[in-house]
Design a protein around this ligand. Structure first.
Ligand SMILES: *Cc1c(COP(=O)(O)O)cnc(C)c1O
Ligand SMILES: [Zn+2]
Length: 444
């Protein structure tokens, strides 16, 4: 048995707690969201130097499951799952890309992109799903009668759930808004054998249904309202710091939809501060699509009020969410981290993604939203030339081929592509080819 303890606790301050193997997603007393809390006193018995040494030794090791970026932090992620019940695909440890050329071009040379999309199912959702599915596997091993795990999704959550459940041999059910996810995202749960239900509604409509379905406790809810996922996702912060020799950036910019990930990002930094691993905190920027921007509207009013909206169509489909589940957690984090909320139009996010692609990246539209926020804050002088900036890239651009193709063909609505690069059609004639090369490259 481990010496470390963790439990669910109501965030509204009513003091209610539940064990992690209880099937509960909200406080049964006040209806508040839950978060996972850890026995910090026990964790603090180990010195910060000893934690750092251990995290360094585990990074990329082959010892299952500690070579995983998430499970290398097992003690502060979920210490209660037995190693043999961990369902890991060695997620995490994604590249922290030095965007040197792009950074110089826009005037912030110390710019880094955390490539969370270079992962098993192509998005950061793997980080949280490994924790949730492992907990379910543990509960099933302990004799709990769970028949399946279900989620509503804008695409990436269902891909991650389906893959981890398939690896573990646990049935998965995914609810998707019909015709509102990319083909690549749709084919992932199908290929992994999940029961895939396409509903004639939007994400918020799917979310309502899955919450009803999972009232029956034999179907376990995998949405980010389930705070086990946050515990995995918070390792993004640990990795950003560890990959830069335990230095903390000045800024972290992250796209936000349901607002679980921005909450996770903040918790990761808070945990590291509590363990004595860092002494400084970054400022956090949450970036939203202008078509799904309820947090941005609330930020403009000093977070005094929050009004859910009906999210409009955006190429940033994974953040097309008008009624974010984790809004209260996100607002707490943004206040604690001197945070900023920005928004990006279709034109701004598409061009920001494409501009950075020119410097070697291959950005998904959501990363484009974050990059557009970066451009605006640099232009405004809020982010300075000397500042150390990390942008969270949430998914792999390869999951969004329609977005990429339509951008370069000038077929995206409300977008004027400034970086379109179309293939050149030519006869197979050497002279014509050479002439074209000379025109494009310039003669010596
Ligand atoms: C889920 C997702 C987001 C948004 O994360 P939230 O926790 O819902 O705010 C952003 N980008 C991509 C690619 C995603 O899959
Ligand atoms: Zn409560």
């Amino acid at each position: 048995m481990t010496e470390y303890r963790a439990w669910f606790e109501c965030i509204s301050g009513c003091g209610v707690t539940y064990p992690l193997d209880r099937i509960v997603y909200r406080c049964e007393t006040c209806g508040g969201l839950l978060e996972v809390n850890h026995d910090l006193e026990a964790l603090k018995k180990r010195s910060s130097a000893a934690w750092i040494r251990m995290f360094e030794e585990r990074q990329f090791s082959t010892r299952y499951p500690y070579g995983s970026g998430v499970w290398s932090k097992k003690e502060i992620v979920n210490p209660l799952v037995a190693d043999e019940n961990v369902v890991s695909m060695f997620e995490g440890n994604t590249n922290l890309f030095w965007a040197e050329r792009f950074g110089k071009e826009i005037g912030v040379p110390n710019l880094w992109i955390k490539q969370c999309g270079n992962s098993h199912t192509g998005s950061f959702k793997d980080l949280g799903m490994t924790v949730l599915v492992s907990q379910v596997k543990q509960m099933i091993a302990d004799g709990q009668p769970i028949r399946a795990v279900a989620c509503a999704s804008t695409g990436d959550t269902s891909a991650a759930l389906a893959a981890y459940c398939a690896a573990a041999g646990i049935p998965a059910i995914v609810f998707l808004p019909k015709d509102k996810v990319s083909h690549a995202q749709l084919i992932q749960p199908i290929a992994n054998g999940a029961m895939t239900l396409a509903l004639e509604t939007d994400f918020d409509g799917c979310m309502k249904i899955v919450q009803e379905v999972t009232r029956r406790k034999d179907i376990y809810l995998a949405n980010s309202m389930n705070s086990l996922r946050i515990e995995g996702q918070k390792t993004i912060s640990f990795e950003i710091v560890q990959q830069d020799d335990w230095q903390v950036p000045d800024w972290v910019i992250i796209p936000g939809g349901n607002l679980g990930n921005v909450s996770a990002l903040g918790r990761g930094f808070e945990n590291m501060r509590d363990l004595g691993l860092i002494s400084k905190m970054p400022r956090i920027v949450c970036a939203q699509s202008a078509r799904a921007n309820p947090l941005y509207e609330s930020y403009l009013k000093g977070f005094e009020e929050f009004t859910p909206m009906t999210a409009g169509p955006t190429v940033a489909s994974a953040i097309r969410i008008g009624n974010p589940v984790s809004v209260n957690k996100a607002i707490r984090i943004l206040k604690a981290f001197n945070g900023i909320v920005e928004q990006a139009t279709e034109d701004e996010l598409s061009n920001a993604a494409a501009q950075a692609d020119r410097c070697g990246l291959f950005n998904c539209p959501h990363t484009g939203v974050a990059l557009s926020a970066l451009l605006k804050l640099v232009e405004r002088g809020t982010i300075g030339k000397e500042d150390h900036v990390v942008v969270i890239s949430t998914a792999n651009g390869l999951k969004f081929p329609e977005f990429k193709i339509k951008y370069h063909e000038s077929k995206l609505e409300d977008v004027t592509p400034r970086f379109a690069n179309l293939p050149i059609s030519l006869e197979p004639n050497l002279d014509k080819v050479l002439k074209t090369l000379d025109e494009r490259l310039g003669k010596n």
